[in-house]
Design a protein around this ligand. Structure first.
Ligand SMILES: CC(C)(COP(=O)(O)OP(=O)(O)OC[C@H]1O[C@@H](n2cnc3c(N)ncnc32)[C@H](O)[C@@H]1OP(=O)(O)O)[C@@H](O)C(=O)NCCC(=O)NCCS
Length: 151
C-alpha cells in the first residue's frame, strides 16, 4: 500500500470511497454525488496539501486534514481532521490507522500541537478507533462529539 497526496482529479475516487464508507452512516454524511463533490472541493480549498489517499491497485481510503483551521474552542495550535474514510471491504486491515498517522505527521510538520475532529455520537466503530489512537471526548454539539488529542 502507498499513501500519496490527493489531487483535484481525485474527486471521483473521493466520491467512491466516501459513498462506500458511509453506506449505513447516512445521518452523519452527505448522500448525493453533488454534495460529496462540493465537499471535496471545499476540503481542497481549505488545505490543498492536507489530503492523502491510501492506494492499493486503486485508492481505497482518504484522510483530509486542515492546517488553516481555527478552532473556536481552543487557544492552542490545533489542526483539524475533517475526514477519514476507508472502503468497507478494506476495514480492519490497518489502512485507517496508517492514514491517521500520516495526517498527524502532516499536522505536526505544520507546527500544530493538537488535533481535533468531530464524530457522530452513534458511530461506535469510529469512536473506538479514535480512542485507540489517543483521542478523547471533549464536548458535544447536537449529534456530534468533539474529540481531541495532543500530537
Ligand atoms: C473508521 C475507519 C476509517 C477505520 O478504518 P480501518 O481501515 O478499518 O481502521 P484500522 O484497520 O486501522 O483499525 C480498525 C480496527 O481494525 C483492527 N486492525 C488493525 N490492523 C489490523 C490487521 N492487520 N488485521 C486485523 N485487524 C486489524 C484495529 O485493531 C481496529 O480494531 P478496533 O475495532 O478494536 O478498533 C473506517 O471504519 C471507516 O471508513 N468508517 C466509516 C467512515 C467514518 O466513520 N469515518 C470517521 C468519521 S469522523
Amino acid at each position: 500500500m502507498i499513501i500519496r497526496r490527493g489531487r483535484k482529479e481525485d474527486i471521483k475516487h473521493f466520491v467512491e470511497i466516501y459513498q462506500d464508507a458511509y453506506e449505513d452512516l447516512e445521518e452523519y454524511a452527505y448522500t448525493t454525488r453533488r454534495e460529496i463533490k462540493n465537499y471535496y472541493r471545499w476540503l481542497m480549498n481549505r488545505d490543498p496539501e492536507g489530503i492523502f489517499f491510501a492506494e492499493l491497485s486503486e485508492p481505497v481510503g482518504v484522510i483530509a486534514c486542515d492546517s488553516n483551521w481555527f478552532s473556536p474552542f481552543e487557544m492552542k495550535k490545533v489542526g483539524e481532521i475533517h475526514e477519514l474514510a476507508v472502503k468497507r471491504e478494506f476495514w480492519g486491515k490497518g489502512i485507517g490507522s496508517k492514514l491517521l498517522e500520516k495526517g498527524i505527521e502532516y499536522l505536526r510538520e505544520k507546527k500544530k500541537d493538537f488535533a481535533e475532529l468531530w464524530v457522530g455520537e452513534r458511530n461506535e466503530r469510529a469512536k473506538k478507533f479514535y480512542e485507540k489512537h489517543g483521542f478523547r471526548e471533549k464536548g458535544r454539539f447536537g449529534k456530534w462529539i468533539r474529540m481531541f488529542r495532543k500530537i
